[in-house]
Write a protein that binds this ligand. Structure first.
Ligand code: CU
Length: 512
């Protein structure tokens, strides 16, 4: 039995479905996948193993998106495309991406810059481009209210005014987000400022993006639209990172900054370095921490990001992996949701001539808002696929908020399913989880937080000055099947004088 695979023992799920599998290559390259599927459960409960130890494919690095300065704005161009990509040796998948057939280029801009991004849709279905974690006017946010029809182009423009961090972009079409994101429509959006240069910041050298997704290999069979077997959505059985199967990164420095994004539809990853080697959290969804926080594990639910520093000593051969964790559901639901899996993510080795870098002692971070700053308190209850008992209605405003105010949002998960909670147009602070101080990974700026069944999170949410009573922002579960099922609601920012509505769509213009 080959236990050095990065692949789990889940039953087949979906998306993206492989459309062609070359059986011979698959057998050569993946060895015992089918056998693992058959005995699966025994492995996780049984012998110790170290998936990832033999990973050998150099990890792909998404290219930086080129830009040009026009009239003082940094101008980018993205094109949504579909195609076929061999994500796993021998297995060709139907995929989607930006400026390519899978994933998207990394967008990079500095705080204070004005950016303008033209997004053209070459898909055969409507899409959108949402800038996840960005603080910007709702009309530029790229939700289903800014739909881009096939062959149309939509343009977003705003001034970046938030601290250095790792954001991302992905489609947000109502009911189709899981399909498009899990087929590969995801890219990073990096914001730089003076403070972030204290960290390793040479992109692709010592500043490495890790976009983690799971796909499903179905041993020679194509089964599009297989049923969902987990209460949190479709769980793949094979991990890819930046579109690379079984990746290895050869470090050319003794300290590497990884910007990790969970771009999976539903799977959560409990990341650790084998075996329990300390790494350092330096940034959360929306900014840097005051100082590096030593950790031995880190749970990332879909859409969450973490910036970590990993020391790579001489002769290092490290494995970043995901290990079993508790999503707070029943044992059976945890298992079908992948929480018992051990998965190799990335093997990290060091070049013989690597240069030495030292861990920074302090980072420059911005102060988080506090409960005493808030003027309004709201409560949200998460059901199986509802928020406060309601399902998404694009024509309904659920919450009206005064621009430039800070509110306390208390989110309770009253269902027996694990969820997370994402608020558009803001970065918030986590004041408490179940009445206690949050875990280190939730002590910085956040835009998405994991909320287990029975848990309650108290968020301090500052809202921007971008009042627009007719264009809503969303808040929703970022487990994409839940979101597509309608686990989403809308808020508008008003200046306190103007009433809301009628709702306005800012869709892309057609070419013809
Ligand atoms: Cu959910």
């Amino acid at each position: 039995m080959n236990t050095d695979t990065g692949d789990s023992q889940q039953p087949p799920g979906d998306g993206p479905p492989p459309i062609r599998i070359n059986r011979r290559t698959l057998l050569l390259g993946l060895g015992a996948l089918t056998a693992i599927g058959a005995v699966g459960y025994w492995i996780t409960e049984g012998q110790p193993r170290n998936p990832g130890a033999t990973f050998a494919t150099p990890i792909r690095i998404p290219p930086l998106l080129e830009s040009e300065i026009i009239d003082g704005e940094r101008v980018f161009r993205l094109t949504a495309q579909a195609g076929e990509t061999e994500l796993v040796p021998g297995a060709v998948f139907a995929t989607m991406g930006f400026n390519g057939t899978h994933l998207g280029p990394t967008i990079r801009a500095a705080r204070g810059e004005r950016v303008r991004i033209h997004v053209t849709n070459d898909l055969t279905m409507p899409t959108t481009a949402h800038w996840h974690g960005m603080i910007l006017p709702a009309s530029q946010d790229g939700t289903a209210h800014q739909s881009i029809k096939p062959e149309a182009t939509w343009t977003a423009a705003w001034q970046i005014d938030q601290p250095a961090t790792t954001l991302w972009y992905h489609p947000h079409p109502h009911g189709q987000t899981e399909l498009q994101v899990s087929r590969g429509m995801a890219g990073l959006f990096l914001i730089d400022d003076d403070a972030s240069s204290a960290l390793p910041s040479e992109y692709g050298v010592d500043d490495i993006p890790l976009i983690i997704q799971d796909v499903t290999i179905q041993s020679g069979r194509t089964l599009p639209g297989t049923p969902i077997t987990a209460p949190i959505g479709r769980i793949g059985n094979t991990v890819i990172v930046n579109g690379t199967h079984q990746p290895r990164f050869q470090a050319s420095t003794s300290l590497v900054r990884f910007r990790i994004l969970n771009a999976s539809a539903a799977r959560c990853y409990n990341l650790e370095l084998a075996t329990r080697v300390t790494f350092y959290l330096v940034g959360t969804d929306g900014g840097l921490l005051p100082s590096p926080e030593p950790l031995t594990s880190l749970l990332l639910s879909p859409a969450e990001r973490a910036e970590v520093l990993i020391p790579v000593p001489r002769d290092a051969d490290l494995v970043l992996r995901s290990v079993p964790h508790d999503l707070g559901m029943s044992h059976g639901d945890n298992i079908t949701s992948g929480a018992e899996d051990t998965l190799g993510i990335l093997r990290i080795t060091r070049a013989a001539d690597a240069t030495t870098k030292t861990l920074p002692v302090a980072l420059s971070s911005t102060a988080l808002p506090e409960r005493k700053d808030t003027t309004t308190e709201r409560h949200f209850t998460l059901g199986n696929t509802t928020i406060n008992g309601k399902s998404m209605d694009m024509s309904r405003i659920d919450t009206v908020i005064t621009a430039n105010s800070t509110e306390t949002w208390t989110i309770s998960n009253s269902s027996d399913r694990a969820h997370n909670f994402h608020i558009h147009g803001t970065q918030f602070a986590v004041n408490a989880v179940n009445g206690a101080a949050p875990e280190p990974q939730n002590r910085g700026w956040k835009d998405t937080i994991f909320i287990a069944p029975g848990d309650t999170a108290e968020l301090i949410v500052p809202f921007s000055s971008f009042a627009d009573p007719s264009t809503p922002y969303m808040y929703h579960c970022h487990m994409l099947w839940h979101e597509d099922q309608g686990m989403m609601a809308q808020y508008v920012l008003t200046d306190g004088e103007h009433q809301t509505g009628p709702l306005h769509n800012n869709n892309g213009e057609s070419h013809h």
